[in-house]
Ligand binder design. Structure first.
Ligand code: G3P
Ligand code: MG
Length: 247
């Protein structure tokens, strides 16, 4: 399965190219494509009317002109918010994208995507099912260019139950005691690890399981080179161009 995943260049645009444009917006994804990455990562949550939206935080406050929890609001309202001005006035008018919008974009640009499921507590199954419904036709055509991931084991279990062939990665912020068993039982093709906890030994362990190994979020080129030397297949970066420059 791992052989199906190709990371060339070995850099994934984190939330697009979020050092240069507001994270998880079309401007950020467009910038990542312009920089020459082949993979982008983005986060998916649900609006109150169960529309999958591209968003990272539980609260609207940091990255939009709205406030309070995202899931209090319907998609029509969320679409009216400004998701760019907080980053720079040049981006005012950027919107929170829908999953559908990003799917059309990747269809046109031929980018590969890592879709991170970020369920709020209690939404794990619903988010996974809603995303699968939206992506039904894409999953048939583009099996090796769509990689799902989540910190939520329940969300991954739901994906696996309903999409036995989909490519999935287990996300680890800390070393969970059962991470190896989980990655095997969920049939994950990859493990996505916080680079701050990565060691040479851990990297070898993951590669011995025949899984792709991805590390987030790496913005220092020297750290990326060290991780590659340990067998890391790709790093998530806010500034993918900086990493690509030293390859
Ligand atoms: O998927 C890698 C990385 O995005 C996970 O952490 O918080 O940036 O979504 P976060
Ligand atoms: Mg993410």
């Amino acid at each position: 399965m791992t052989a199906l995943l190709k990371f060339r260049p070995p850099v994934i645009g984190h939330r697009g190219a979020s050092a240069y444009a507001p994270e998880n917006t079309m401007a950020s994804f467009t910038k990542a494509a312009q920089l020459g990455v082949k993979w982008i990562e983005f986060d998916v949550m649900l609006s109150s009317d169960d529309e999958p939206i591209i968003f990272h935080d539980e609260l609207l406050d940091r990255t939009t002109n709205g406030c309070h929890e995202v899931d209090r609001f319907c998609s029509a309202y969320l679409r009216t918010l400004d998701a760019g001005a907080w980053f720079d006035a040049r981006f005012s008018g950027e919107r929170i994208p829908s999953l559908q919008q990003v799917l059309e974009f990747i269809d046109n640009t031929r980018l590969s995507v890592n879709i991170e499921l970020k369920p709020l507590p209690g939404q794990e199954r619903k988010l996974a099912l809603r995303i699968l419904k939206e992506m039904k036709s894409y999953l048939v055509q583009a099996k090796t260019t769509i990689l799902f991931s989540s910190f939520s084991v329940e969300a991954l279990q739901t994906l696996r139950e309903h999409a036995p062939d989909c490519l999935m990665g287990l996300l680890l912020h800390e070393w969970e005691p059962d991470w190896q068993a989980l990655s095997i039982s969920l049939q994950c093709v990859s493990v996505h690890v916080n680079h701050e906890i990565m060691t040479r030994e851990a990297a070898h362990k993951i590669k011995a399981l025949q899984k792709a190994l991805l590390c987030y979020t790496v913005n220092q080129p020297l750290r990326a080179l060290e991780l590659y030397s340990w067998g890391v297949d790709a790093v998530f970066s806010d500034a993918p161009d900086k990493i690509m420059r030293v390859l």
